[in-house]
Ligand binder design. Structure first.
Ligand SMILES: [Zn+2]
Length: 273
């Protein structure tokens, strides 16, 4: 790579430390004429593209909330018009977060599931996980992401839940308090890839923003979009409700990046791409 210094690439700027649930912008310098470029993190590829505004190549990575706190390598690989291959790597240290604990009381039939319900829940989880593994080459989102509703956070990201005295899963999104019927807005431009009524999430909408980035909107009282619709930032997807396993009117808002469960507010803080 040193022999081709003029054409070389260099991962040059992003934080060297991240927290569980974080979103990191990966920025790479290099000539605008590269034929291909992509990144690799935790054994998965992630897309990188030239940003005219910054004159650098940029990509996003998500640090799943349960990522083991260690040092990871982020690799960027590029080829130029003569098929010369360049690579550059940087280490990223992931720090542990104390997400806190939330104790909840719920009706036992929402917690201790019978065999049939358990089968339904597992099928739904499998379907969603499969969806989040699909990464559309095209980047559909533009600029910064927005909050889908105003309102206080009632349950923060990553909380470890103790439900009816038993340890259950971590909270993989944020809950925003809002009146029933409040409009739920698309966080950014994307395609509606799921409209369904799920056991835990109730009436749900999932948007695919491309590049493996998904946003989800759960517990809606009403859905106003259909699968396949392309929606713009701020489009009304539906109304706040309390469907599924929910103790009151709120919006559960979640973000996935290449399968990683990340804090939606970490995405809001990330620079534009
Ligand atoms: Zn929630």
């Amino acid at each position: 790579m040193a022999a081709h210094a003029e054409n070389g690439i260099r991962v040059e700027s992003f934080s060297k430390v991240a927290k569980q649930g974080d979103v990191c912008l990966v920025r790479t310098s290099g000539p605008a004429s590269l034929k291909s470029i992509h990144g690799e993190f935790q054994g998965k590829r992630f897309p990188i593209a030239f940003n005219n505004e910054t004159g650098t190549y940029e990509g996003l990575i998500g640090i799943d909330m349960s990522t083991s706190p260690e040092t990871y390598e982020i690799k960027v690989i590029a080829t130029d018009g003569d098929n010369r291959v360049y690579s550059s790597a940087l280490s990223l240290r992931v720090e542990k977060v104390d997400f806190g604990i939330q104790a909840l009381s719920l009706p036992p039939d929402m917690v201790d599931l019978d065999a049939k319900t358990l089968e339904r829940v597992n099928q739904e989880a499998t379907k969603l996980e499969a969806l989040f593994q699909i990464s559309r080459d095209e980047k559909l989102w533009e600029g910064v992401f927005i909050r889908p509703v105003e309102g206080e956070i009632s349950t923060g990201f990553g909380l470890n839940r103790i439900i009816n005295g038993q340890q259950r899963s971590q909270h993989s999104g944020v809950d925003l308090r809002a009146e029933k019927g409040t409009s739920v807005l698309a966080s950014n431009q994307g395609v509606v890839v799921l409209v369904d009524e799920l056991f835990f999430s109730g009436k749900s909408v999932i948007l695919d923003h491309g590049w493996g980035l998904y946003s989800m909107y759960f517990h809606l009282s009403e859905v106003l979009v259909k699968e396949g619709n392309l929606v713009r930032t701020g489009a009304i997807l539906g109304r706040v409700g309390s469907t599924g396993r929910s103790t009151g009117s709120h919006l559960h808002w979640g973000i996935r990046i290449n399968g990683a469960r990340v804090d939606p507010f970490a995405l809001l803080k990330t620079g534009t791409l």
